[in-house]
Structure formats: structure tokens, C-alpha cells
Design a protein around this ligand. Structure first.
Ligand code: TXA
Ligand code: MG
Length: 311
């Protein structure tokens, strides 16, 4: 059991966090999507620590976070589609799965032995500063115990993983609130996970529609139950039934509202924080209907997994 250090974001704290990561320790850091649980992606022992701290049942592949486009190019092949998507959406909530380059130095635990690697250049200035100071790719899943609600604040990280990681770097609430969109670019472009960049925007840049995930490939969050609060969650509820707390969307009476004005970006930013709060009531959660366009696709994806039967 370690004491988890709660670092605020002065320059000394960024140096401390970078030094801990370089030494093989686990550090949670803010990104614009959710808080990540970082480890040096070139250090297998450090990466193994991520799975142990999260209680992740299997070695799912992880996303390598890079400091700049050059670092990504050293790790993976870089087709024109990657260049176009990086120009349009990086830094930002987009991860790209690309062929791993030989000699990348990335631990096999990051790729789960696959010949591909997911790379992401986050937009959060604290994440970017930290990654530049580390100078190596940082593997980072969301900083929550496996299967539970993703963290959008340092307090969520401490609640879930306090005592199991070296430090959390606190920069306040995450702005986007749902994880990055994951696009596979190893054959035909595929949407592997909806997320912070709407699929429609990616399709507009590529000039082609995204194919669905290939079932044979390890797809994100394939564990169908994921992001789950302690009690049951019911979707598309036009009203709560007795005993339920009600998570609203749009103008309505409810316990908490994702966005009273029906704004999907605001709803995504509030999603996990509101679920954490409603989870504290211990009551089942009913969620109002959410449109499935734009960021609504990522929100609906997370809610569907949160509502799925538990293992
Ligand atoms: O916004 C985000 O992406 C956050 C922040 C911390 O950056 N990270 C995140 O990581 O959501 P995680 O581990 O919760 O989700 C990564 C997903 C995994 O479910 C995995 O299946 C998929 O990415 N993935 C990673 N590498 C892959 C690969 N080579 N091929 C296919 N899927 C991959
Ligand atoms: Mg996650």
C-alpha cells in the first residue's frame, strides 16, 4: 500500500510527476477526455502495474500517449490518412490504431502482443507538458478500477485507486468527458470506439465512411459491461419509476441534468461526473433519451455498457 500523492499543477509538480513516470511509477494525469493512469510505455514492469492497479481482468491493449506527431511517427507507420486526421484533430480526443514499427521500444503489454499500436496526442496543456517532460510514450487507460465509471476529476481517481498508485496530477474537471474516438487505419478505416471526435467529422476529413470494428480484432471496451455504477442503470427512460434517481437531458424535471439546453458537448462533459454523483445515492439510475448524432454516439455507447448485464 502506498500513499497516493495529490499533486497540483505547478511546475515542480509536473517535474515530480514526470520523474515518477520515468522511474516506472504509476501516475494519473488529466487529459481533455478523462483522467488517465499513466506508465512508461517502454517499461514492461510499469505497464504491468497498470493492469494490477485497475484489476483489469485481461491484458487489453493500451493507448500510447505521445508528446508530438514526431514521437508518433517513430512508433507507428504513418499513412496519408494518419497525416490528414492528425492535421485535423491533433492535439485532441482521437486515437489512431496503426502498424507498430519494429524497434519502437514499446512494451508488448501495451499492444497485448498485437502488431498494431493505438497512438494519441492529447490536447490538455498539462498532459502535453507532462508528456514532453517524460520524453517517452506513456501508456494510459482511464484511471478507474476495471469496469467502473471513468474519472473526470482527481477526486474520482483517488476514490477508485487511492493507495494503489504513486500520484495523481490534479488539473480540475475534464472538459470533453468521454474517452477519445478510436479509428483503425490498418486496412479500411474503421470506427473502433465512438468518442470525443464525432464519427461524422472524421468521415468528412477522410472523404469516406468508417467501417464498423472487425469482430476478429480486439475492440475497445469489448467487455460488454463497462463504466458501470454500483446499482442498475436503465436507458431511454421518459420518466423515473419509484426508487430510481433520474438523469435528464434537455428541459425536464430530474435529479441531475446532463444538459438542460440539450447540448451534447455539455452532456458528454457531465456524463461520468453525474453518474459518480448519482451512484453515491445507491439507487438505480434511469437516464432520459439521448440523440445518437455527433457526441451522442459516444454518450449512448458508454450508457449502453453501463446498463449491460454485469458479469
Ligand atoms: O480518451 C482516452 O482515450 C483515454 C485517455 C486516458 O487518453 N484512454 C482510454 O484508454 O480510454 P482505455 O484503455 O480505457 O481504452 C483504450 C482502448 C481499449 O479498450 C483497447 O481495446 C483499444 O483502446 N485499443 C488499444 N490498442 C489497440 C489496438 N492496437 N487495436 C485495437 N484496439 C486497441
Ligand atoms: Mg476505460
Amino acid at each position: 500500500m502506498t500513499q497516493t500523492r495529490h499533486l497540483r499543477i505547478g511546475s515542480d509538480d509536473l517535474d515530480t510527476a514526470a520523474a515518477l513516470l520515468r522511474a516506472g511509477e504509476l501516475v494519473s494525469f488529466p487529459t481533455e477526455t478523462v483522467y488517465g493512469l499513466g506508465a512508461d510505455a517502454t517499461n514492461g514492469q510499469a505497464v504491468a502495474g497498470i493492469f494490477a492497479a485497475k484489476g483489469r481482468p485481461r491484458f487489453n491493449p493500451l493507448i500510447a500517449h505521445v508528446a508530438d506527431v514526431d514521437m508518433a511517427r517513430q512508433l507507428v507507420d504513418w499513412p496519408d490518412a494518419a497525416e490528414a486526421l492528425a492535421a485535423a484533430f491533433w492535439p485532441g480526443p482521437l486515437s489512431m490504431v496503426l502498424p507498430l514499427r519494429p524497434g519502437s521500444g514499446v512494451s508488448e503489454l501495451v499492444t497485448a502482443g498485437l502488431s498494431t499500436l493505438a497512438v494519441r496526442l492529447p490536447a490538455h496543456p498539462v498532459a502535453r507538458d507532462l508528456l514532453a517532460r517524460v520524453g517517452r510514450p506513456v501508456a494510459a487507460p482511464s484511471a478507474n478500477p476495471s469496469g467502473r465509471i471513468s474519472p473526470t476529476e482527481a477526486a474520482h481517481v483517488l476514490d477508485g485507486l487511492g493507495g494503489r498508485i504513486a500520484a495523481v496530477l490534479d488539473a480540475g474537471p475534464a472538459a470533453v468527458g468521454v474517452e477519445s474516438t478510436i479509428v483503425g487505419l490498418t486496412d479500411t478505416p474503421r470506427l473502433l470506439r465512438p468518442g470525443g471526435v464525432p464519427a461524422e467529422a472524421i468521415e468528412a476529413v477522410l472523404g469516406t465512411s468508417l467501417a464498423p470494428a472487425d469482430a476478429a480484432i480486439t475492440a475497445p471496451g469489448q467487455l460488454s459491461s463497462h463504466y458501470a455504477p454500483g446499482a442498475a442503470l436503465r436507458m431511454n427512460a421518459t420518466a423515473p419509476i419509484a426508487g430510481e434517481v433520474y438523469l435528464g437531458f434537455g428541459p425536464m424535471d430530474c435529479d441531475l441534468n446532463l444538459s438542460a439546453t440539450g447540448d451534447l458537448a455539455e452532456a458528454a462533459a457531465n456524463l461520468f461526473g453525474h453518474l459518480h454523483k448519482l451512484d453515491l445515492t445507491g439507487q438505480p439510475i434511469a437516464v432520459a433519451p439521448i440523440p445518437e448524432t455527433g457526441l451522442g454516439q459516444a454518450i449512448t455507447d458508454r450508457l449502453t455498457r453501463a446498463a449491460a448485464p454485469r458479469p
